[in-house]
Structures are given as structure tokens and as C-alpha cells.
Design a protein around this ligand. Structure first.
Ligand SMILES: Cc1cc2nc3c(=O)[nH]c(=O)nc-3n(C[C@H](O)[C@H](O)[C@H](O)COP(=O)(O)OP(=O)(O)OC[C@H]3O[C@@H](n4cnc5c(N)ncnc54)[C@H](O)[C@@H]3O)c2cc1C
Length: 322
């Protein structure tokens, strides 16, 4: 644990909210090569300087990324940043999950996002539980709660403004999300969405169904829009829908040629993301969680528009901010 700060619980960072200023957080992905590695640490420095409240690290299927997520989270914590490690059930037995949890506990990495994950390769393929493993994210929360080494863990979960694509309907989705909150999760981070009403309805559904657990903080996940291609990809991956007025604005900016007018699309995309963030702030969102893909610039521009960051450029102290 050399050089590492004691990690603040993510749920506490939400409570420490400075009056008049909504905290923001970022999602990072473990890098796959040297260039990506440099980009990640550049981003970590930049967001550190901008006062990010916590940085989450995604977790992919397969053995290799297990080490990568751990290594990135460990280094983030030395910055010091509050690191939130994502963990999934994919390809792991319960013993392996316990081993990993012990590894995090030993390193003082006490913030966990408990997830099930998707089948590797094709997220839409039927889910098959690993032999000797777990079926639902809720069971991972229960596992953590049974381990004395993990008694100070602060646990978050995924929530889905439009309902999870495998849930039979929104009522079932609400019930399953509540089960995770009742099992000991303190907050949720949402799948990305483009229609604020979906976020507000999720919040209403949960609070109505269970005043105590359903009112735990719901952190909106935001992906700054930089191209039509990225929006379409996210809609496909996350099952998020695009409100027609927003689609119209982006298509108008494209003016029939996405490549030629990419700068205009980006400009509108950042404007739209800023408006989404403004509305979320007005609606009392506890934090804005930016899915950064390890890039700084788009998030920085949105934060700047919100009055939460200086203008992009050398005044930030980074020559390589992207
Ligand atoms: C903020 C965020 C971060 C993410 N990060 C990652 C990541 O780092 N790595 C990664 O691989 N994936 C990640 N994901 C994707 C996530 O793993 C998938 O969306 C996955 O399909 C669902 O995970 P979950 O934790 O919500 O699963 P669960 O809560 O276990 O739910 C899985 C499915 O089972 C249903 N269900 C739940 N409980 C029951 C029950 N008792 N009976 C019947 N059905 C039930 C749910 O409705 C859902 O359809 C992330 C998602 C979000 C929103």
C-alpha cells in the first residue's frame, strides 16, 4: 500500500458534495498497448487536476484484464485518486472472485462496482453461469458482505434507465435493481442514455417501490457525443434510444455528409451533452459520471461549458490533453 491514500468511499464522495457544485467522476478502461497507456495516465493527471471525485476502471472478460484492472486501480490510488474497480462474474468461480476481492482488500481498494458482465464475444448470446460461479450481481454483493476482509467495502451497482435488455419488463427491472440495493449496494451508476426522462422515471420507479433503498443515489452515466458513429454504436451496445429532436439536431449538423461535417456534428454533440448535464444538475443528480474512453477533451469541454473546468488548452497544464 506504499504511496497510496486511504480510499474514500464513493458513496461518501456523493455526500461531501460542495454546495453549488455537483461532483463529477470518470470511467477509464485498462489500456491495451503503450500508446493507450500513455493516453490513460495523461487523462488521469488531467482529471486529477480538474478535481474529479472518483475514477472507475472497467473490467473485461478473460484472465489478462484481471491484472490490468487491478494494476490501473492501484496506480490511480497513488495519484491520489479515489479508484472504483468494476468486477464481473464472467468466467470466474466463487473462489476466484473471493481471491480477487482479497487482493483488492489487501491493497486498500475498497470501492467496488458489482456487475454480472455479459457473455464474452457476443453480449447478446445466452448467459451461461460459470460452473462453481455466480448467477447474478446480487450474489457478488452477498459474497462481499460475507467476507470479513471486505467489511469496509463500499459497493455500487449498474442500473438501467430504459430497463436492462434481458429484464422481462420495467417492473421486473425495478425489482431486480432493488434486490441489489437491499443486499448492500449504496448507490448505482446508470447505463448511458440520451433522454433525461428515462433517468427521471428510473429514479421515480425505484423511490416509489422502496423509499429507503430505492432512494439511494443514482449516478447518471454520460457519454459525450462526438460523432454520429459513436452515438449509433452506443445505442447498439447500451440499448439506449435517441430522442427524435436530438437526432434531428445531429442530422442537421451532418447535413448529409458525416465525414465532411464532422466538426459541426461534434460541436452539436458537445452542446447536447452539456444541455443533458445541465438538466441533470437541475434535477439534483448526485454526480455526473463521464464514460471517457480514456479521452479528456470532450469531457473537459462539457465541464468547461458547465463552469466546472477552465478552457481546454495549455492553461490546464497539459500539452497533450485530447
Ligand atoms: C455503469 C456500468 C458499468 C459497467 N461496467 C462493465 C464492466 O466493467 N465490464 C463488463 O463486462 N460489463 C460492464 N457493464 C455491463 C453489465 O455487466 C451488463 O449490462 C450486464 O448485462 C448486466 O449486469 P448487472 O450487473 O446489471 O447484472 P444483474 O443485476 O445480475 O442482472 C443481469 C440480468 O438478470 C436479471 N435479473 C437480475 N436478478 C434477477 C433475478 N433474481 N431473477 C431473474 N432475473 C434477474 C436482470 O434484469 C438482468 O436482465 C457495465 C454496465 C453499467 C451500467
Amino acid at each position: 500500500m506504499t504511496g497510496m491514500n486511504r480510499q474514500i468511499a464513493v458513496s461518501q464522495t456523493l455526500a461531501l458534495n460542495t454546495p453549488g457544485r455537483v461532483p463529477f467522476s470518470v470511467e477509464f478502461m485498462p489500456p491495451r498497448d503503450d500508446a493507450a497507456e500513455e493516453r490513460l495516465w495523461n487523462a488521469a493527471e488531467a482529471f486529477h487536476d480538474l478535481g474529479v471525485s472518483f475514477a472507475s476502471v472497467t473490467y473485461g472478460a478473460g484472465g489478462g484484464t484481471r491484472e490490468r484492472t487491478l494494476r490501473v486501480a492501484e496506480r490511480l490510488a497513488t495519484k491520489p485518486l479515489t479508484a472504483l474497480v468494476h468486477m464481473t462474474l464472467v468466467n470466474h468461480t466463487t473462489e476466484e472472485l473471493q481471491d480477487m476481492l482479497r487482493g483488492y482488500a489487501e491493497r486498500g481498494l475498497t470501492n467496488l462496482l458489482a456487475l454480472r458482465g455479459d457473455p464474452p464475444g457476443d453480449p447478446n448470446a445466452p448467459w451461461v453461469k460459470t460452473e462453481g460461479g455466480l448467477e447474478y450481481a446480487k450474489e457478488l454483493i452477498e459474497l462481499v458482505r460475507e467476507m470479513p476482509e471486505c467489511e469496509n467495502f463500499d459497493i455500487g451497482i449498474a442500473s438501467f434507465p430504459e430497463g436492462h435488455y434481458r429484464a422481462p419488463d420495467l417492473d421486473a427491472d425495478t425489482a431486480f435493481t432493488l434486490e441489489k440495493l437491499r443486499a448492500g449496494a449504496q448507490y448505482s451508476i446508470t447505463q448511458m442514455f440520451f433522454d433525461i426522462d428515462h433517468y427521471l422515471r428510473l429514479r421515480d420507479r425505484l423511490a416509489r417501490a422502496d423509499r429507503e433503498h430505492g432512494s439511494k443515489p443514482i449516478i447518471p452515466g454520460l457519454m459525450p457525443i462526438t460523432s454520429l458513429r459513436s452515438v449509433r454504436r452506443q445505442m447498439e451496445l447500451a440499448g439506449a434510444s435517441l430522442p427524435s429532436d436530438l437526432e434531428r439536431r445531429l442530422l442537421d449538423a451532418a447535413n448529409g455528409d458525416e465525414v465532411k461535417n464532422k466538426d459541426a456534428i461534434r460541436e452539436v454533440g458537445i452542446e447536447v451533452t452539456t444541455e443533458m448535464a445541465e438538466r441533470l444538475i437541475a434535477e439534483g443528480a448526485p454526480d455526473l459520471h463521464f464514460m471517457t474512453m480514456n479521452n479528456v477533451r470532450a469531457t473537459q469541454e462539457v465541464l468547461h461549458n458547465l463552469g466546472m473546468a477552465p478552457a481546454w488548452g495549455p492553461d490546464l497544464g497539459h500539452d497533450m490533453v485530447r
